[in-house]
Design a protein around this ligand. Structure first.
Ligand code: ATP
Ligand code: MG
Length: 177
C-alpha cells in the first residue's frame, strides 16, 4: 500500500470503442510505478493468451486472474458455467477489495457481466461501496448499467469512430490481445 494516494475512487470505462481494458491496464502501469499495488480480475475471459497475463507477472505488486471461458457467453441463455465463473470472480473480487491489500482493483468486463445479468448489480455496488477508503475500483466493459454510472466518481465513454475490424483486419496479438 502506498500512503501517497488518499481516497480511492470508482472509475468506469465504457462505450463501444477500443480502449477500455487498455485504459485500465495503463492506469495499473502508472500506479505501480508510484509504489501502488494492483489486482486485476478479468470477467468473461479465460484461456485466451492476453499479453497482460504475461506482463502483469513481470510487474511488481501486480496480480491478474481470469474468471471465464474462451468462448462467447450467450446473452439470452447464459450457460451455468458462465454464471459460476462470474460468481467465483465476484467472490474473489470481494476478498481482494475488502482486504485493503491492493490500492487499485480492476474489475475488467464487469459492466458487460452485469449487462448480461450474470451477477446482481446491487451486490456488486454494495461490495464497491463497502471498500476500504484507500482502495480505487475500476470497472471496464461496454454497456455500463446506469446504477454503476451513478455509483462512480469518474466515467469515460470511449466511442468507436473507426476500428480496423471493419476493414477486415483481424485481432492482432499484442494489440487486441
Ligand atoms: P481493448 O482490450 O483493446 O482495450 P476494449 O476493452 O475497449 O478493448 P472490449 O469491448 O472489451 O474492448 O472488446 C473485446 C475485444 O474486441 C478486444 O479484443 C478489443 O480490442 C476488440 N474491440 C474493441 N472495440 C472494438 C470495436 N469497436 N470493433 C471491433 N473490435 C473491438
Ligand atoms: Mg475490454
Amino acid at each position: 500500500m502506498n500512503d501517497g494516494k488518499k481516497k480511492g475512487l470508482v472509475q468506469v470505462y465504457t462505450g463501444d470503442g477500443k480502449g477500455k481494458t487498455t485504459a485500465a491496464l495503463g492506469l495499473v502501469l502508472r500506479a505501480v510505478g508510484k509504489g501502488h499495488s494492483a489486482f486485476i480480475i478479468q470477467f468473461m475471459k479465460g484461456k485466451i493468451n492476453y499479453g497482460e497475463l504475461e506482463s502483469c507477472g513481470e510487474l511488481t505488486n501486480t496480480e491478474i486472474e481470469q474468471y471465464g471461458r474462451a468462448d462467447f457467453v450467450d446473452k439470452e441463455n447464459p450457460a451455468q458455467v458462465d454464471i459460476n465463473f462470474a460468481e467465483e470472480g465476484f467472490q474473489r473480487a470481494k476478498e481482494v477489495i475488502s482486504s485493503g491489500d491492493y490500492d487499485i482493483v480492476v474489475l475488467d468486463e464487469m459492466n458487460i457481466t452485469l449487462d448480461y445479468e450474470l451477477l446482481d448489480k446491487e451486490k456488486v455496488i454494495e461490495a464497491i461501496e463497502d471498500r476500504p477508503e484507500h482502495v480505487e475500483v475500476v470497472l471496464t466493459g461496454r454497456y455500463a448499467p446506469s446504477s454503476i454510472i451513478d455509483a462512480a466518481d469518474l466515467v469515460s465513454v470511449i466511442s468507436e469512430v473507426k476500428h480496423p475490424f471493419r476493414d477486415g483486419i483481424e485481432a492482432r496479438e499484442g494489440i487486441e490481445y
